[in-house]
Ligand binder design. Structure first.
Ligand code: ADP
Ligand code: MG
Length: 307
C-alpha cells in the first residue's frame, strides 16, 4: 500500500463555464498538493459527481446559480462537508441579510425592498423610486452585478427603464432592491475585505461596475478592475461587525473558512456594507502574497486528522 490512497480528497466547486476554475483559484490545487491533499475542480450541477467521495467540498467559482438559487441551496444541503456550509449558503445567497446587519447597527446602504407577491403596478413602482439622484435596481439574489442597473431619478426615460427592469424581475418572482447610487463608488471604488479562517487577510479596491441601465447580455459577471488596498481600521472594524452578525445568524463549528465583506464610503465617510460574501467570493489570492498559503493551510487543517 502506498500512502497515496490515504491522502484527503477535496473538491473545488465551480460552474460549467469555468470547469478548470477561475485562474485566481487554480493554483490552490498545487498549494494543497504540497500539503498532502488531492484537490480537483468539480462542477456543482454535474450530476455524475459523487460528492460523498470528498473529505471537503470548497465553494469557489459557482457563479451561475442566481437564476436557480433554490437548486443551488438544495445541492448545498446534499453535499457533505461543504465549506462554507449550507446554512451559511442559504442565509447569504439572499441579500435580505442586509436587514439583519442593519438591525444590529452595522452600516448598510439604505434599501427599499419590493416584493413580487404584491403585484405592484408600474405606477406603484414609480412612487417607490427615489425622487432625487441616481439609483440602483437589483435582485436580492445576484452575483457578478448581473441583473443590476443604474438609473437617473429625474429623467423620465431612465425612470421608465427602471420601472421596466423592476417589473421584469418581479414578474419572474424575484424580490427587488432599490438603493441610492453611492457616488463614491465612481471615485474611491468599492473595498473588499478578505478574511481567511476568521482572520483578516488582505484588502482590495474594485472600480465602479455600473454605467447605466441593465442590459441582458452581460455574461457570467462584469469584468472587475482590482488593485491592492491598505484597509483602514474603520473598514476592518465594520467588516468584523458584519461577520459577528453572520456568525450569530448561522453559527458554525468555528470561524468561516473564508469571508469577504464589500464596503463603500457612505455618509460622513462611514464604511458601509454593500455586500457580505460568504458563498463564492473571488478572494484575489494573486494580489496578496501569503494569502494562497493561508487558505491552503486552512483547508488542509480541516481535512487532515489532528496529530
Ligand atoms: N447602491 C449602489 N451604489 C453604487 N454602486 C452599486 C450599488 N449597488 C450595486 N452597485 C454596483 O454594482 C455591483 C454589483 O452589486 P452588488 O450589490 O455587489 O451585487 P453582486 O456582486 O452580488 O451582483 C457593485 O460592485 C457596484 O459596482
Ligand atoms: Mg458584489
Amino acid at each position: 500500500m502506498t500512502t497515496e490512497t490515504t491522502r484527503p480528497r477535496v473538491a473545488l466547486a465551480t460552474c460549467s463555464v469555468l470547469p478548470h476554475l477561475d485562474p485566481d483559484d487554480a493554483p490552490l490545487i498545487g498549494a494543497l498538493a504540497e500539503r498532502g491533499v488531492d484537490a480537483e475542480p468539480a462542477v456543482w450541477d454535474d450530476e455524475s459527481v459523487d460528492w460523498s467521495g470528498f473529505d471537503a467540498v470548497v465553494l469557489r467559482s459557482t457563479w451561475d446559480y442566481s437564476a436557480r438559487r433554490d437548486d443551488f441551496v438544495a445541492w448545498a444541503a446534499r453535499v457533505p462537508h461543504l465549506l462554507n456550509p449550507e446554512p451559511v449558503v442559504r442565509w447569504n445567497t439572499d441579500k435580505g441579510y442586509l436587514r439583519e446587519l442593519d438591525a444590529h447597527g452595522v452600516p448598510v446602504i439604505p434599501t427599499l425592498w419590493l416584493d413580487p407577491e404584491r403585484n405592484l403596478s408600474s405606477r406603484a413602482i414609480h412612487t417607490r423610486l427615489p425622487a432625487q439622484g441616481d439609483f440602483v435596481i437589483k435582485p436580492v439574489v445576484s452575483a457578478g452585478a448581473n441583473d443590476t442597473g443604474r438609473y437617473q431619478s429625474g429623467e423620465a426615460y431612465s425612470r421608465g427603464l427602471a420601472i421596466q427592469h423592476a417589473k421584469a424581475l418581479l414578474v419572474s418572482g424575484r424580490q427587488v432592491m432599490v438603493q441610492p447610487y453611492i457616488r463614491s463608488v465612481d471615485t474611491a471604488g468599492e473595498t473588499c475585505i478578505v478574511f481567511i479562517d476568521g482572520e483578516f487577510s488582505h484588502a482590495l479596491r474594485k472600480n465602479a461596475l455600473l454605467t447605466g441601465p441593465h442590459r441582458p447580455t452581460q455574461g457570467l459577471y462584469k469584468q472587475e478592475e482590482m488593485r491592492r488596498h491598505e484597509a483602514t481600521e474603520a473598514e476592518i472594524d465594520v467588516a468584523r461587525r458584519a461577520l459577528e452578525v453572520a456568525a450569530k445568524a448561522v453559527p458554525g463549528d468555528g470561524p468561516y473558512l473564508y469571508a469577504r465583506v464589500d464596503l463603500v464610503v457612505g455618509d460622513n465617510d462611514v464604511p458601509t456594507v454593500i455586500e457580505l460574501e460568504l458563498t463564492e467570493p473571488s478572494l484575489f489570492f494573486g494580489f496578496a502574497p501569503g494569502a494562497l498559503d493561508r487558505f491552503a493551510d486552512a483547508v488542509a487543517a480541516r481535512v487532515t486528522p489532528a496529530g
